[in-house]
Write a protein that binds this ligand. Structure first.
Ligand code: IPE
Ligand code: IPE
Ligand code: MG
Length: 244
């Protein structure tokens, strides 16, 4: 199955890869271009990584595309990002159908502009029976906001008597997050060299293997991804236990 990737052990690939796609602005700045050109080029990198993950039979790919904090960027940049997202959904539907990829969004979808939300809902509906890979887009996503939302939902259930506070477990917490039903990321990648989480999947990355690369997101391609996967395969995941 992995004949195209002889360096990789097919039995030890991450089931869930999460990526903080950072550096579009710096990519553009280096070329004296508008930041928006960087976001456009970043979309090409998204296409590439989705294809590679699908080829490798990775089950879940979660991409941090827009954070709750990113709303504070200039209006023109936010509008350009929303427009790009809509165009991406339009242009990728055929490929998602051909490759059996299901699209899902995590985050405050209700804050997205109406046309983008409609496109998103249409894409999620069209791809809902696709099973080979889940492409999870984090849109208006913030880990803290997600946790607040979970606390509110569980508190309401406790108040109604649906949940006994003493029997709340971490799996009940997980079931009230946007990622309910998905396993936690095995591998978290951040491009552009910043060594921080920036409010991404705070609960879910508890035991993810983290790789930070200096490569700017628009330059991130298959070869580097495969190198990171090789690095991942060399790590020993202990989950707090001692070596087996
Ligand atoms: C990532 O690139 C894309 C988003 C956060 C939407 P940036 O736009 O943050 O790029 P830099 O960090 O300014 O280079
Ligand atoms: C994180 O990148 C958010 C996304 C990639 C969507 P930012 O560029 O917003 O993060 P900071 O500001 O460097 O922490
Ligand atoms: Mg950034």
């Amino acid at each position: 199955m992995l004949s195209a990737y002889p360096d990789l052990d097919a039995a030890n690939l991450p089931a869930h890869v999460a990526i903080i796609m950072d550096g579009n602005g710096r990519w553009a700045k280096k070329r004296l271009l508008n930041r928006i050109k960087g976001h456009e080029q970043g979309t090409e990198a998204v296409r590439g990584i989705v294809r590679t993950c699908r080829e490798l039979s990775i089950s879940i790919l979660t991409l941090y595309a827009f954070s709750t904090e990113n709303w504070q960027r200039p209006k023109t940049e936010v509008a350009a990002l929303m427009n790009l997202l809509k165009r991406f959904l339009e242009s990728e539907l055929e490929e998602m159908m051909n490759k059996d990829i299901r699209l899902n969004a995590i985050g405050e979808i209700e804050r997205l502009p109406e046309d983008v939300r409609q496109m998103l809902q249409k894409t999620m509906k069209s791809t809902e029976n696709n099973n080979s890979m889940l492409l999870n887009l984090a849109l208006s996503y913030g880990g803290r906001a997600e946790i607040v939302r979970m606390v509110r939902e569980i508190s309401k259930k406790a108040k109604n008597g649906e949940i006994d506070p003493d029997s709340i477990t971490s799996s009940i917490v997980s079931d009230h997050l946007y990622t309910r039903g998905m396993q936690d990321p095995d591998l978290l990648i951040r491009t552009s060299g910043e060594i921080r989480i920036s409010n991404f999947l705070l609960w879910q990355v508890a035991y993810s293997e983290i790789f930070v690369t200096d490569t700017l997101w628009p330059d991130f391609g298959k070869d580097e991804f495969v190198r990171i996967l090789k690095g991942y395969q060399q790590r020993e995941r202990r989950f707090g236990k001692v070596e087996a």
